[in-house]
Design a protein around this ligand. Structure first.
Ligand code: NDP
Length: 287
């Protein structure tokens, strides 16, 4: 069987086109969907990510508002800026670009975002709701992974899913989403014993470790779907995921890096922002 690439570029373009249509409709109804991005400091990678988000907003008909704060911003100053955005009815989504400088506690900052504007889905309220199976903003990377998995048309219910990585932004919410789809989910991490054998039993394998070439051929069950979340620089300096090339070829479906989960993550952020703006219009029950 030849491994099939799941085309993140194509899927993301479809999602963004739908968001654009809905954003146009909202604007016609007097609501200008708006995403505020808070960027603290001069981290070059963060600046690149933020620029990408601004481009996505422009493409989707969403207003983007960038709040730039200096590297030495205090926690209370940042919380003050967030309180202003929280109180501003023209802002529908708020995102704080991570990582934050060392003097700032990211958990406190995330918790200060009102759940109904938490388009990253990182607040304790949205995370809790995700686990409870209640309406919420789903974190963008796992949401993108699930959409890519669903695009294969393969069943998820009853399948063995293995998630390698347990971060709050990827691994844990990914596991919750797969569980909600009735997969049988195993979550692996740096203390997991017998990792290769566990992965080799997976019908669905999600790699979210952050090490180039970490997932090798013997860790893939022939015919599995492999979702590669990793964004790394390989030894040659090129962008790559966690999956090595021969391993990808053993799968039935795999996501490429670049051109895979990263693009879907960005599209899902647009979708979440639109949802936040639409909820305001409809006076929908606050999250
Ligand atoms: P973290 O560093 O927060 O988490 C990495 C996870 O990998 C941890 O749970 C860690 O385990 C686990 N791990 C590390 N070593 C091993 C090992 N030897 N065996 C098994 N598990 C191991 O990373 P993130 O979740 O934030 O990101 C993961 C990757 O995904 C990165 O490359 C990141 O750049 C990328 N990423 C991509 C996104 C996209 O849009 N495509 C979005 C977000 C992230 P432990 O908990 O025990 O330490």
């Amino acid at each position: 069987m030849t491994a099939q690439r799941i085309d993140g570029k194509l899927l993301a373009a479809g999602i963004k086109a739908r968001v654009r249509q809905q954003a146009d409709a909202l604007r016609a109804a007097g609501i200008r969907p708006c995403l505020a991005v808070v960027l603290v400091g001069e981290n070059p990678a963060s600046a690149v990510y933020v620029a990408g988000k601004e481009r996505d907003c422009a493409e989707c008909g969403i207003e983007s508002r960038l709040v730039r704060l200096p590297e030495d911003t205090t926690q209370s100053h940042l919380l003050g800026a967030l309180a202003e955005l929280a109180a501003d009815p023209s802002v529908h989504g708020i995102l704080v670009q991570l990582p934050l400088p060392a003097q700032i506690d990211p958990q406190q900052v995330i918790a200060a975002i009102p759940p109904e504007k938490d388009v990253d889905g990182f607040t304790p309220v949205n995370m809790g709701r995700l686990l409870l199976g209640q309406p919420c903003f789903v974190p963008c990377t796992p949401a993108g992974c699930l959409a890519m998995l669903q695009s294969t048309g393969l069943p998820i219910a009853g399948k063995r899913a293995v998630v390698v990585g347990r971060s709050n932004i990827v691994g844990k919410p990914m596991a919750a989403l797969l569980l909600a789809q009735n997969a049988t989910v195993t979550v692996c991490h740096s203390h997991t014993e017998g990792l290769a054998a566990i992965c080799a039993g997976a019908d669905i394998l999600v790699a979210a470790v952050g090490r180039p070439g970490f997932i090798t051929e013997e860790m893939i069950r022939p015919g599995a779907v492999v979702l590669d979340v990793g964004i790394n620089r390989g030894p040659d300096g090129r962008l790559c995921g966690d999956l090595d090339a021969p391993a990808a070829q053993k799968a039935a479906f795999y996501t490429p890096v670049p051109g895979g989960v990263g693009l879907m993550t960005r599209a899902m952020l647009m979708q979440n922002t639109l949802k936040a703006a639409a909820a305001q219009k409809g006076g929908a029950e606050p999250l």
